[in-house]
Design a protein around this ligand. Structure first.
Ligand code: 13P
Length: 247
């Protein structure tokens, strides 16, 4: 279902005491905000973040999970392990995981299906490299990643799934896609979902150097439903200004 969502991805940042302070600072700043607010925390912060978010309108997500239910996978975390402590969302297939940890479209699809089966809502990341962009392959890459990530899902699954379009060249570089380009790419992703599922009623976020200065321009376009925010989600005041971009 299409709705406004602003998600923070803390990546490998924030110690538990910092997470608790952040949530305490953010809570009053977003208590009346229209977009749904999600914080995706490192595993070791999840429990503290969940406790701090009780009785607030802030939702909590993880940044990764394994697709297997359980077993001899040292160092991994299953969907059920996240679900039982009340984690609601999980980022799947972030480009940093594809790039540094060899995640593929196939493992992304396995993870998406396992997340949904266990009652977690996946935030599925797609995006092109600079090389692919310069070769004019953006649309081909992102529609193919989308189709593969969502393979085997039902329409009901789509209601519980968020897509994040994150051009890799824009992540952490200070280079943001123009709102027109980001909107056009997201339109193409929406078209791909329509082709495959007969509906394009799905929330699609933009990520890549979102800042308080560019939030309004990005999030008032026709097809961008919100943001997946990295660096600018590490400061409660800054992140709240992105969440409240329309105030
Ligand atoms: P930045 O906002 O730091 O560019 O990171 C974007 C991102 O990767 C969010 O998942």
């Amino acid at each position: 279902m299409r709705r406004k969502v602003m998600a923070g991805n803390w990546k490998m940042n924030m110690l538990p005491n910092e997470a608790i302070k952040f949530i305490g600072d953010l809570t009053p700043l977003v208590k009346d905000s229209k977009p749904e607010v999600i914080i995706c925390a490192p595993f070791t912060d999840l429990f503290y973040t969940l406790l701090s978010c009780q009785d607030t309108n802030i939702h909590v997500g993880a940044q990764n999970m394994h697709w297997k239910e359980s077993g001899a996978y040292t160092g991994e975390i299953s969907a059920e392990m996240l679900k039982v402590i009340n984690v609601e969302y999980v980022i799947i297939g972030h480009s940093e995981r594809r790039q540094y940890f060899n995640e593929t479209d196939e493992t992304v699809n396995l993870k998406v299906k396992s997340a949904l089966k266990n009652g977690l809502k996946p935030i599925v990341c797609v995006g092109e490299t600079l090389e692919q962009k310069e070769a004019g392959k953006t649309i081909e890459v992102i529609t193919s990643q989308t189709a593969k990530a969502l393979e085997g899902l039902t329409i009901e699954d789509l209601n519980n799934t968020i897509i994040a379009y994150e051009p890799i060249w824009a992540i952490g570089t200070g280079k943001t896609a123009t709102s027109e380009d980001a909107n056009e790419s997201i339109k193409e992703i929406r078209k791909e979902v329509l082709n495959k599922f007969g509906t394009d009623d799905i929330t699609i976020l933009y990520g890549g150097s979102v800042k308080k200065e560019n939030a309004k321009e990005l999030f008032t376009t026709s097809d961008i439903d919100g943001g997946l925010v990295g660096g600018a989600s590490l400061d409660a005041d800054t992140f709240s200004k992105i969440v409240n971009y329309d105030l």
